[in-house]
Design a protein around this ligand. Structure first.
Ligand code: K1U
Ligand code: ZN
Length: 173
């Protein structure tokens, strides 16, 4: 297992649309192992492969609380096939936009189909934080960030702050 670097806003690769996984080979298994190590180390509750620079439709997630045993979950080629009309607001964060949190309104319930690591198809209904996290990660696979759900004013403020920080880092200041 290896830690991979997490891409940070405004890295353009975060805007790429990720490609479906055609074959779950050794490369995909290694990617998933590394994503879990990177996600637990961050720490985060979810991670999309593009956040470590790999444009494949792969998500890792673990929503277990600190006192609970780990519950690693993998979603390959996930698709939202139904969303509820009812919405809920959750304060979201993103490992690619460190230390920025804001309220996002999304459907409270979604039905998602996906493949597991053995390539077996599944369908589940998610609620609450599970639904929020799945939508946040599936957005990543489509090049969408949670700040895209905020007002233009807020989004532009965040983009400006992270662009300035990237420029300062590049200049070694
Ligand atoms: O996709 C990501 O960048 C990961 C992100 C997932 C997420 C968080 C909140 C709402 C929707 C999606 C994170 O994990 S941010 C870190 C975080 O929320 C957290 C970290 C440690 C403990 C508990 C939460
Ligand atoms: Zn994110």
């Amino acid at each position: 297992m290896a830690l991979r670097d997490i891409l940070i806003l405004p890295d353009k690769r975060l805007r790429q649309v990720s490609n479906p996984v055609k074959k779950i080979d050794l490369g995909v298994r290694k990617l998933v192992e590394d994503m879990f190590e990177t996600m637990y180390d961050a720490p985060g509750i979810g991670l999309a492969a593009i956040q470590v620079g790999t444009p494949k439709r792969v998500i890792t997630m673990d929503l277990a609380k600190k006192e609970e045993p780990r519950n690693p979950q993998v979603f390959i080629n996930p698709e939202i096939v139904w969303s509820s009309q009812e919405k809920a607001t959750y304060e979201e964060g993103c490992l690619s936009i460190p230390e920025y949190f804001d309220d996002v309104e999304r459907p409270v319930q979604v039905r998602v189909k996906y493949l597991d690591l053995e390539g077996k198809p599944h369908e589940l209904v998610a609620n609450g934080l599970f639904a929020t996290c799945l939508q946040h990660e599936i957005d990543h696979l489509n090049g969408v960030l949670f700040i895209d759900h905020l007002s233009k004013l807020k989004r532009d403020r965040v983009l400006k702050k992270f662009s300035k920080a990237a420029k300062r880092a590049a200049a070694g200041v």
